[in-house]
Design a protein around this ligand. Sequence first.
Ligand code: BG6
Length: 486
Amino acid sequence: LESGCLSIVVLGASGDLAKKKTFPALFHLFRQGFLQSNEVHIFGYARTKLSSEELRERLRGYLSKGKEESVEELDYLSKFLQLIKYVSGSYDSEEGFQLLNKEILEHESSKRSQLGTSRRLFYLALPPSVYPSVCKMIRNYCMNQSDLTGWTRIIVEKPFGKDLGSSEELSAQLGELFDEKQLYRIDHYLGKELVQNLLVVRFANRFFLPLWNRDNIDNVQARFSICVIVFREDFGTEGRGGYFDEYGIIRDIIQNHLLQVFCLVAMEKPVSLKPEHIRDEKVKVLQSVLPIKLEEVVLGQYDGYRDDQTVSPNSNTPTFATVILRIHNERWEGVPFILKAGKALNSRKAEIRVQFKEVPGQKQGRNEFVIRLQPLEAMYMKLTVKKPGLEMSTIQSELDLSYKQRYQDVVIPEAYERLILDTIRGDQQHFVRRDELKAAWEIFTPLLHQIDDGELKPLPYKPGSRGPAEADQLLAKAGYVQTHGY
Ligand code: BG6
């Protein structure tokens, strides 16, 4: 990392995202030596009236593992907490942001004589409704102006609007205040180990290079299922139920997390590994997606969803969706990409399944390449082998790379940890570019409008089930063959 004075400002510091993701990620970075005490200061900013000491004590509760904590760990935690200062103010208050700037300047002037460059990172752990006003305040009062080698960067997170129109409006508002190089749009799936591995596996292996196309691949499925009813969590100032009911599973998971994974599976080889080259290819594949056909969509809503008090009693919001995307290009013409996500299902899992075409005459089933993003990161290939023993018969088995077994000594970093570090390093590869976001909304907006207008109704399904049976039927129709046992 370049050296210099670094001020990290967490806006929405008293909220849920900050508590669960942002501060733990910062602590882990500090713990691993990426944030140096002599350079870094962390500022929490939020409306809640708190003293710095009160915020530190709250955070101590979230970050410490309690009684099992070793003395050494407790010492790290105390040193980390000493870096944190709290400033209270509202998100459109000039005085609040002037005060914040004063605090940052104080920190910078105490360090600059030794360190030179001044760097400011603003993390918006906030609902997007306040992004425009907060960004305006940062632009007006908190930019790094003191030296030319420094920078100001802003991290924002979805939802970026609700459809193409609202997203473009938000992009335009932020685009007036900051240039694209300063904006880091997080999709935390891009920070996951096995998602980052996708391009390496695809483009660095002879096994896959010649096979990764319509001649050999029958279908691809990216699915995400979650058994916990996440929307019941309290999230920042807005109840999570209220948030979810307004957005639904397509906006919450499919249009962003699964679509990013889809891009990495389907895109062409980039000219280089430079962030802009990679993002150029993602945009191209998104632009090659054909309009979604209604007969290739199944929506679901689990029984009991509307009992939540923060959910509208007549809610039409899908908590489950299966959507087939089709790409119009030479590599993928005719191959269905099945994106499937749901809440309150029978397991918590996110994986990509690439099913190859059948080998004529083979009865053991197809080859399948599975990348399990979580839990228990793994990649495995289903293949036909001779059944061990005296008889000459065949069975299907697996070539298995399970990360826990193979890389026992490696701790896989949390997505947020990696993405914050990338922001400090100025690497935008794993962040969503403005045109990429636009292309993603273009794919889903017509379908979302049809759902919002009530033209398409979610089918009921039982919590703890696989989702509506119609989704399995759609998969079968698309050529997906259920494989078992692993
Ligand atoms: C978030 C969604 O973006 O991702 C949540 O808003 C979802 O609804 C979460 O539960 C899943 O993230 P992870 O890292 O737990 O798979």
